[in-house]
Ligand binder design. Sequence first.
Ligand code: CUK
Length: 678
Amino acid sequence: MQGSENGNGKPGAAISRGVFMGGLGTAGALLATGCNTPKPSNVASAGGPTPGAAGAVLSGDARKIAEARGLAPADVVAALKTYVPSGKTDEYYMFASGGHSGQVLVVGLPSMRLLKVIPVFSPESYGGWGFSEGSHAVLEGGAVDGRLITHGDTHHPAFSETDGDYDGKFVFINDKVNARVAVIDLRDFECKQIVKNPVIISNHGHCVTPNTEYVIETSQYAVPPGWKPAAVTKSAYANEYRGAMTFWKFDRPKGRIDPQRSFVLELPPYWQDLTDAGKLASEGWAFCNSINTELAVPEDWNNGPSMEISASRNDMDFLHVVNWKAAESLVRSGRVSQKNGIAYIPIDQAVREGLLYLVPEPKSPHGVDITPDGKFIVVCGKLDPHVSIYSIAKIKQAIAKGGMHKDPYGIPIVNFEDALVTQIKVGLGPLHNQFDDKGNGYTSLFLDSAVTRWTVGDESGKGWNLVETLPVQYNVGHVAAPHGDTVKPRGGYLVALNKWSLDRFVPVGPFYPRNLQLIDTSGQQLQLLYDMGIGMAEPHYAQIIDAKLVKPEDIYPPNTDVFTLKPDPKAPVFGKEGTSDHGDHVEVNMTVMRSTFRPDVVRVERGKRVIWRINNVETAKNAIHGFALAGHNISLSLEPGKVETIEIVADRPGTYPYYCTDFCSALHLELMGYFVVT
Ligand code: CUK
C-alpha cells in the first residue's frame, strides 16, 4: 500500500526530467542563460521569480556553487523561495500537532525552521512543564477519574476565529487517546487549561465555530457514556455504546473553556471521525464523518474476519449533519438533562428537535472540509478514489421536504443524490482538503503519495475539475495551507504532512523522521520546495497563520503568575529573599538575576515539606534562566518576569547543587547554590 510502490521512488523527477531529458546541459548552463533558455518552461514557470530574475541573481559564483552541489535549476528556485536570511523573519507560523509526543510544534514558513515546542499534555523538562505547581495544576485538570495522565496524542490544532478567520489569539488542541482538549494562549504561547470530556474517552474530530463560540470535540471509538464497563458484543455495542459531539463553550475574556456552559450531543456508535464547523452559508451547522456504520466490534478475530474487514464492509457510511445553533438554544432553554455533570442531548431528543441528520458518504471516509464560502462540504472517502461534494443548500432543502428514511437509531437520512453536487475523481486514498485564494481545493492522497489541485465549482456541479497532481514523499496525511480552512484562505503554500520519509534524509535508525514538505502553489504548476524532517511523533494536522496576526508579549511584566497572566501576590521580592520555617513546612523565597540566586544556600531539616518560589527579576528580553535541582526531579524555565513555585519533600539528607540551565552570561556557571538537607 505504501508510496514507494506507486512510482514515487524518484520524486522530483517531474521537475528535473524536462531539464535533463531535454538535453539542455548542466544546471550551470541553464542558470546562466536564465530568461533566454528556450524550453525548460516547467521550471521557470513553477510559480516563482521570473526566469529573468533568477538568471540575474545567479552570478558566476552562484552558478559554480549550484554546479558543485549538483543543484538543478528547480532546486535553485526552491532555495530562493524558502531561504530566509539571518535578520529576516518568516511570513507565516505553522502550528502543527506533535502527535503522541503530546505537544504542539511551532514552525516558521517558508523557512520551515522549528521555532518552539509548546508543552501541553506531556511533561517537558525544558519548559519546566509538569515540574512547577502551576503547570502541574493544568495537567491535573486533565486527570481521568482522578488519575494524572502525563501523555497525550495531539491531532488537530485549531486557531481561535473571528468571523470565520484566524484571529491569532488562542490555539486549541485535542488529545485523541484520553478525549481531552487544551487551550494555548498566544500572548505567551503557553498552555493554560486542559479539560477532560466526562462522557467519552477517545476523540478525533476537533475544530472551532466561526466566532470561537465553541470548541467542537467529536468522539472516535464509541464506549458506553462515561466509559462504564460493558460487554464487547454486537448487541451490547449497538444498544449501550455511543458516540458524541461535544461543544465546549469558550469564554474569550477569561481565555478558558467553561464546562458549565458546554454541552454534549449524543451520537450513534458509528466511530465519528473528522469534523468541521460550517461558516457563512453553513454557519450554525457542524459536519462529521463516520467510519464504522457496520457497528462492528473486535470480537471474533480468532474465528471470523478482523476488525478492519468487519468495519469496512459497507459501501457507504454517514456524514453527520448537526444544527448546533438550534442545539445551543435547546440547552439555553433548560430542557436538557445532565450526564456526568455536563448538559447532554440524547439521540431521540436530538431527532425530535431537528438537530441531527445523516447523509450517506462513500466509503470509510476521513476528512470533511467546508469550502471558504461555506456552501459546499467536501468529503474524502479513504477507500474511494473521489472527493464527494455536498451542498448545504441541498441538504437544507431535503430536510425541509421531509419524508426521509431513518437509521436504526431513528435519525433521518437525507438521500445521497439529494445532497450531492458532484464527485471529483482525484486518486487513491483521499484524506484531507484545504483551499487557496484562487478558487482551488487541494486534497491529500495517502495511497498515491500525492497531493492534487482541483477547482471549486458551483451548485449545478459545473466547474469541479481536477487540475494537477504532485507526488510527495511519502504517504501524506493532512495538507495545510495558509488560512486554508477559513473564509479567507491566503494561498501561496501547501504543506504536505507526510508519515513516511524513507529515503529523504540521512539515516537515523529505524525510527525515521516524519517529512513535512513545503509546496509552492502560487504558480501554474505545483512546485516542491523543501523537506523538513521532524524527529518526533507524527504531526497529523497543522494550521498556518499570517505571522502579523500573532502578537505575543516579548517579556512578562514583573512578578507574573503565568497561569493567570496577572501579578503573583506571593512573588518573592528582590532584597527580601530568604528561608522561613513554618513548622510543618519551610518556605523559600528566591530571586534570580545574572548571576546570583538569592539565597544561594538553602538549609532544611530532613522530613520538611518545602514550598519554593522563584522570581526571575530580570527586565531584559530573552534573559531566561533555568533552575535545575539535583536529585529532586525539578527543572524550571524562568523567563524574565516569571514566578514559579515548586513543592518538594526534603526526605533524603544530602548536599544538592542547584544551577541555571540556560547559559545566561559569562558567569553562568557561577549561577548556582546548594540545597542542604540535614
Ligand atoms: S488525522 Cu488523526 S489519524 Cu488524518 Cu486528522 Cu492522522
